[in-house]
Design a protein around this ligand. Structure first.
Ligand code: 5AD
Ligand code: SF4
Length: 351
């Protein structure tokens, strides 16, 4: 028996920070009783802070153009083999209105890093959506200047999702040529300073990553005090330099999610689409080990198959209503409930 593992689980308190050594011990949980106990504790902590409610965030992928060349991503600029699309500002607003009509309280506007949308255009989209709705808006559009972030916040964006991708600085710089880990952290600090609720996160299963790297990922999320953390498996895309790398391990992804829940009791943790892509029950499994958010894809059908960050992305052939209905069914089957509010930061209630 791995006594050290059980000792960490037994003395766990949500208010006490886990050390790197403890996190590594937890991440090394074996596939049997250890993982089960870890998942059960994460589920209990999720229940204690978030209850049974699952927040739905409707994600609109409005452009698959990207100026970056990340080695893991199908949208990388050197992938000549995909059809690129951009929604006009008016089309993004129209799509957002439909998503609001469907009952979503949060909309996520996501794109590659596409400078075609300057800050003024993004602000125009935000102002128009916010003109007649109190919907929460999350932007996921990559790195911009602090001044641009400020303008977007002032125009009505509530949250910003910028994954740190990996806390291994060398790995980050290698996998994201032309960008840097240092700059990423500066962006995350700027987002915080400007007033955003901040989301970050990482992939599990990148080549060269170790359990110690994943522990560093969790500690970085803690240090950033994120409101949201997206943790999903790496899935190889055939038109990228990482085509031959095996996909991230689902069990390790779930363990990372569970430990993130223990380290960040207040954070919103999505059951990622990548987990659903790796395994048909991936989302349900994630909901059972700490996750409390699902982000159904509500991109208009004709575009979503083109947003191929990785192949076989779950939901690529559904229209927005089908994605929503499937998500509703899934939540019902797992015995959870759909949250009614916007799912803002819980910090104000617990600190
Ligand atoms: N597998 C899994 N996730 C990926 N992402 C990009 N490429 C992949 C991949 N091949 C994730 C990154 C990025 C988000 C848009 O998608 O974490 O932040
Ligand atoms: Fe662009 Fe993001 Fe893909 Fe990198 S991960 S190529 S920044 S869309």
């Amino acid at each position: 028996m791995n006594i050290a593992f059980w000792q960490v689980l037994e003395k766990y308190k949500p208010s006490q920070q886990l050390s790197k050594k403890e996190i590594v011990l937890l991440l090394n949980a074996n596939v049997g009783s250890e993982s089960q106990a870890l998942f059960a504790l994460a589920d209990q902590v999720r229940q204690q802070y978030h209850g049974p409610a699952v927040h739905l965030r409707g994600i609109i992928e409005f452009s698959n153009y990207c100026k970056n060349d990340c080695c893991y991503c199908g949208l990388r600029c050197s992938n000549q083999n995909i059809e690129r699309y951009r929604l006009l500002a008016s089309e993004v607003v129209a799509a957002a209105h439909q998503v609001i009509m469907m009952g979503f309280n949060t909309i996520v506007l996501q794109s590659g890093e596409d400078p075609w949308y300057d800050a003024a255009t993004i602000c125009e989209i935000l102002l128009q959506i916010k003109r007649d709705s109190n919907v929460a808006i999350t932007l996921s559009i990559g790195e911009r200047t602090k001044e641009e972030y400020r303008l977007m916040y002032q125009a009505g964006a509530d949250r910003f999702l910028l994954k740190h991708e990996t806390a291994d600085q060398q790995l980050f710089n290698k996998l994201r040529p032309g960008t840097s880990f240092e700059k990423r952290l500066i962006c995350l600090q700027s987002l915080r300073a400007v007033g955003f609720q901040v989301g970050s996160g990482n992939m599990v299963g990148l080549p060269g990553q170790t359990v110690a790297t994943l522990a560093a990922d969790i500690l970085l999320l803690k240090q950033l005090d994120v409101e949201m953390a997206g943790i999903g498996p790496f899935i190889p895309h055939p038109q990228t330099p990482l085509a031959q790398v095996p996909p991230g391990d689902l069990q390790l992804t779930l363990k990372t999610l569970a430990v993130a829940r223990l380290a960040l009791p207040l954070a919103h943790l999505p059951a990622t689409t990548a987990a659903a892509t790796l395994h048909p029950q991936g989302r349900q499994m994630a909901l059972a080990c700490g996750a409390n958010v699902i982000m159904p894809n509500v991109t208009p059908l004709k575009f979503r198959k083109l947003y191929q960050i990785y192949p076989g992305k779950a939901g690529s052939t559904e229209n927005p209503l089908e994605s929503l209905n499937k998500t509703r069914d899934l939540i019902r089957v797992t015995g959870r409930e759909i949250a009614t509010g916007r799912g803002d930061s819980l910090k104000k209630y617990f600190r």
